[in-house]
Design a protein around this ligand. Sequence first.
Ligand SMILES: *Cc1c(COP(=O)(O)O)cnc(C)c1O
Length: 408
Amino acid sequence: MTLPVRAAPDIDRSALMHTYPEPPRTFVRGRGTLLWDTEGNRYLDFLGGLAVVSLGHAHPVVAEAIAEQAATLVHVSNLFGNTVGPEVAATLDRLIGGGERAGGQVFFGNSGAEANECAIKLARRFAGPGRHVVLSATDSFHGRTLATLHATGQPAKHLPFAPMPTGFEHVPYDDLDVLDAAMDPTRVAAVLLEPIQGESGVLMPSSDYLAGVRELCNDRGILLMLDEVQTGLGRTGRWFAHHHTGVSPDVVTMAKALGNGFPIGACWARAEVAAAFGPGDHGSTFGGQPLAAAAARATLAVMEAIDAPALAAAAGSRLRAGLVRLPGVVSVRGAGLLLGAALDGDRAPAVVTAALDRGLVVNAPRPDTVRLAPPLTVSDDEIDEALAILGTALTAVGAGPARDAEAP
Ligand SMILES: *Cc1c(COP(=O)(O)O)cnc(C)c1O
């Protein structure tokens, strides 16, 4: 069932900036976990548009909510109220509170980077002049705007755009001693961390790391801000990844899955912190507009109705159990349906291509890791089919024990 290697037709991309490599496929249609390309080939989407399409492609309830809102009222600006945004904010506050309102407040933007920009500005406003430093982790990913790029702990990504905005310092992930030494309360406003580092290859900290960070933050009056842009909204098997830890953050940012693909981001903060912002301190032309909010309202309503976190936990167990048995997979990191399969060599990019040629979409966040983040609605049959394809792809690129070593 090998598909044509080069299925993309002649689409003139010359008017697009070359910020991405040449795409290996062009997709025209999706339904649930499935995608179809321009040639009519069918694929299992185990990347979910980078952990975005958590309810699957073209979800009928979300599609109808978008269509209905589009035909009613798309946008009015934040000079006026709308009925949908406040409702979504209250739902998010309740989900963060684990079922009861947490008592916090939400600012809406249009992306993960904007959610983090809001968090960074809020931390500076809350801490006051002079205490503006945000500590983040090496190998983190927080976005592509200048501030969130500097918060992103990957110096290679900073260099071409120097000088970076000041006020960002980096510490090794999962190292409480170095963090402790860096947390000077006269300068540091906040610590910004991913509960699981997604873009760096699904890297998990020790189970007591966040609790340790929380304690250090409490001791020094420094904010704990969690970037749940990738881990939030059910993907890890709980509504938020920090719910696995019992730690209560001061600020939580989210985006990717919030509109099931419709662009919307949100920054939640507990009330005392949120109160640092007054009128005029922050804003967004589009943020929280009726159309994006309607997409989020429908997405969250479906997620709650189907208990999306429980689905992610169950499907994640099945997927993980299958992955560890595949040739060349040495371990599996992550939680729920945010998984990184660590390989026996730097062959993840080759595996991704071999899988795509066989009808499976995954990606390689690092050379030795294949990331899987399918819709939370993925079926057992789809998981089994994806595992079979991935197994074939791994064998095709020579992963696993050397063949002659197996000979009797
Ligand atoms: C994707 C991601 C972002 C950036 O989100 P954009 O919508 O691309 O701006 C920020 N933080 C994390 C953890 C992410 O995974």
